[in-house]
Design a protein around this ligand. Structure first.
Ligand code: ATP
Length: 303
């Protein structure tokens, strides 16, 4: 179900997780809602907590604190399992099975199995159904695992770096298949990835993690609208920081470029460009020269 009354794809309140009782928090104070029917880019630096979040949403881990719900169900319950498919990075498959055996197993285990969708995903990769899984390349195994996930006809597909070991043509094909799945069936997709240009063309929601906390959970068009890339004289830096959130700034001589989250009309002498999604994500992901104005952060906190 999609539309305004559809349950949120993901909804987290006060979500916290640590791997060991006395260890540090991997995820902390996570509060966000991803609306239904979105293709969500889950991004963050290495170790930010993306896989952990997907494992929690898929019911493989349980929160230590707070809650996460998927399609308004508790992860791991029979209701959630019937509606949610998770593709993890390790892609557990039986190496001795052929591709056909693997899909047959999918059919046996799932009451609403779509053999045509699963076979299409495999055949697009030029793999014979008679091939043994253990003899496939990592990229080909990814395709089989994705075929198993799509064959289940999930309402929500959670994908942990699914493109990592695919060649460029295969990446394009899989992205196109995912977009078709979302457009034709309203399937919600949450996809973690480090390949930002690919996300630009596919995703309409962004969930960005930084050190286990949610820094962005936003509609992509809204993000593009309320961010600006500015170039101008560095002498305006302080005024700019007092009026807007400066996400990232670089100074070269007297010239400065800045990515800002606007808090109102832009004043000053700036050359203004609308940033791409990649510009915005890179700005938030970079640590070193990220600058946040205290004044703007306070405004953000009470907004
Ligand atoms: N099984 C585990 N036991 C203990 N710590 C773990 C385990 N899995 C992950 N972690 C730690 O949790 C943190 C988040 O890891 P996670 O794999 O969720 O990050 P990620 O954002 O998916 O990273 P990457 O982009 O490198 O895949 C890291 O500090 C990692 O070392």
């Amino acid at each position: 179900m999609t539309g305004p009354d559809a349950p949120a794809t993901l909804h987290a309140t006060g979500l916290g997780f640590r791997y060991r009782a006395r260890g540090g928090w991997t995820l902390r104070d996570c509060e966000f809602t991803v609306p239904s029917g979105r293709i969500t880019a889950l991004v963050g630096r290495n170790g930010a907590g993306k896989s952990t979040l997907l494992h929690l949403a898929g019911g493989l881990l349980r929160p230590r604190w707070g809650e996460i719900r998927v399609l308004d169900a508790a992860p791991g319950t029979p209701e959630a399992r019937a509606r949610v498919a998770l593709l993890t990075q390790d892609k557990p498959l039986y190496p001795r099975f052929t591709v056909a055996d693997t899909l047959r197993m999918g059919e046996k285990l799932n009451s609403r199995w779509d053999q045509a969708a699963a076979e299409r995903t495999v055949r697009e990769g030029g793999m014979p159904l008679t091939a043994r899984v253990g003899e496939l390349s990592p990229g080909q195994r990814t395709r089989v695992a994705l075929a198993l996930a799509l064959g289940r006809r999930p309402e929500l597909l959670l994908l942990d770096e699914p493109m990592a070991d695919l060649d460029p043509v295969a990446r394009g094909e899989i992205m196109a298949a995912l977009m078709a799945e979302a457009a034709e069936r309203g399937t919600s997709i949450v996809l973690s990835s480090h390949v930002l240009p690919e996300l630009e063309q596919t995703c309409d929601w962004v969930l960005l993690l930084r050190n286990g906390r949610v820094e962005l959970s936003n509609d992509v068009d809204a993000l593009r609208e309320n961010h600006a890339l500015l170039t101008g004289h560095a002498g305006q830096a302080d005024t700019l920081a007092a009026q807007h959130t400066v996400v990232q700034r670089r100074t070269s001589g007297r010239q400065m470029t800045a990515l800002v989250r606007q808090r109102g009309p832009l004043r000053g002498d700036w050359h203004v460009e609308r940033p791409s999604l990649e510009n915005i994500l890179v700005g938030y992901l970079q640590d070193g020269d990220t600058v946040r104005s205290a004044a703007a952060e306070r405004t953000e906190a009470v907004a």
